[in-house]
Design a protein around this ligand. Structure first.
Ligand SMILES: [Zn+2]
Length: 354
């Protein structure tokens, strides 16, 4: 018997409306409605079409209930320009990530989270308080992904190919999750990671839906990545673009984000700031010079390598979870590479490693 919720999940992943979905399956809208209400089963021909259309195996649809990210608790950047279809497809990817995460959690000891709730502070104070709590003082953050992971945040990649969707984050069973669009520049992605961290510590309760939440998360990210005392000590004056490009190397942010923060702090005058914006705009957001190296996940790399040593690849995990391998790679795209590429793993048997 197919689980209507799982069929719905795959429909959302495919980015289809209910009508479009019925059409793709070669049935009418009523058949789907009856199936959803539990009064009607899908014919084997219909299931076969669904399997071919989605590449999800038949068994996926027969599995039990699953967790789905609560849309009200998720913060999407650029929400207004994001279509419901795209948002639902991204949330459905989140539900698949939960299945992968639970599989991993059953086999590996992963760090518990150490994210305090700082919703009573201003965003800038919260960023400094979190730095103090994590014992990182004022120094620049070498790798945001590793920093988040070492404090118990689960990181996944967003595969939705759209410039409108930067990142999202939420809490699930007292565990923080962050999804990053790894198609963006590394500087952009780092800022997104810090922005989502802001949501996780500032907006856990009450949700990130209020209008100022985005500004708050941005202010948090600015201070977290570029602590004012360190900025003042290292860059008390800006003599030209070259200083901004130099600063990029230290704080690993875009020159545009650095200029914005320095302007906010009064280090750069309005007049100079306008000039820098014009100069930087000529490069475009995606091709600022002195680009930084992309960040990777150490946790995922360790997990994949450890599994691989036991002869378990993502292909085997996909088979066990009844999720297409492509969907799992989408969740890891740009944050973890397959270990042992070019080498042949040992014969596969799944076993517990904990
Ligand atoms: Zn946000």
């Amino acid at each position: 018997m197919q689980n209507p919720e799982r069929v719905e999940l795959v429909r959302l992943r495919l980015g289809l409306t209910k009508i479009g979905f019925a059409k793709a399956l070669g049935v009418d809208r009523k058949t789907i409605q009856r199936f959803e209400s539990g009064t009607h089963e899908l014919s084997s021909k219909c299931i076969q079409t669904l399997v071919e259309l989605s590449c999800f195996p038949k068994e996926f649809f027969e599995k039990n209930k699953f967790d789905y990210p609560d849309p009200g608790a998720v913060s999407f950047r650029s929400l207004r320009s994001l279509t419901a279809t795209l948002r639902n497809a991204a949330l459905a990817a989140g539900a698949l990530a939960f299945e992968l995460d639970d599989w991993v959690e059953a086999r590996f000891e992963l760090p518990e989270h150490s994210l305090p709730q700082l919703n009573n502070s201003t965003p800038a104070d919260a960023a400094l308080a979190l730095r103090a709590y994590w014992g990182i003082g004022e120094r620049p953050i070498g790798n945001m992904i590793n920093m988040l992971e070492s404090h118990g945040t689960r990181i996944f990649s967003l595969s939705e190919e759209t410039r409108h969707l930067d990142a999202y984050s939420f809490w699930r069973n007292d565990r923080p999750y962050v999804f990053l669009n790894t198609m963006k520049t590394p500087e952009h992605s780092r800022f997104d990671a810090a922005h989502e961290l802001g949501h996780l510590v500032l907006h856990r309760h009450g949700g990130p839906s209020h209008r100022s939440a985005e500004d708050e998360a941005n202010a948090f990210a600015s201070t977290f990545l570029m602590p004012p005392a360190d900025l003042r000590a290292r860059l008390p004056v800006v003599r030209g673009l070259r200083d901004l490009f130099e600063g990029k190397k230290r704080w690993r942010v875009s020159a545009a984000a650095l200029a914005y923060t320095l302007h906010k702090q009064g280090v750069i005058s309005d007049w100079h700031y306008r000039g820098y914006c014009i100069e930087l705009n000529k490069y475009g957001r995606a091709s600022e010079p002195f680009g930084i190296e992309p960040e990777n996940s150490q946790v995922w790399q360790k997990i994949l390598t450890d599994l691989w040593r036991q002869g378990i690849t993502i292909f085997h995990v996909a088979q066990e979870l009844k999720i297409p391998e492509r969907e799992l790679w989408n969740l890891l795209f740009g944050i973890a590479a397959a270990p042992g590429m070019g080498e042949r793993p040992q014969p596969a048997t799944l076993r517990m490693v904990k």
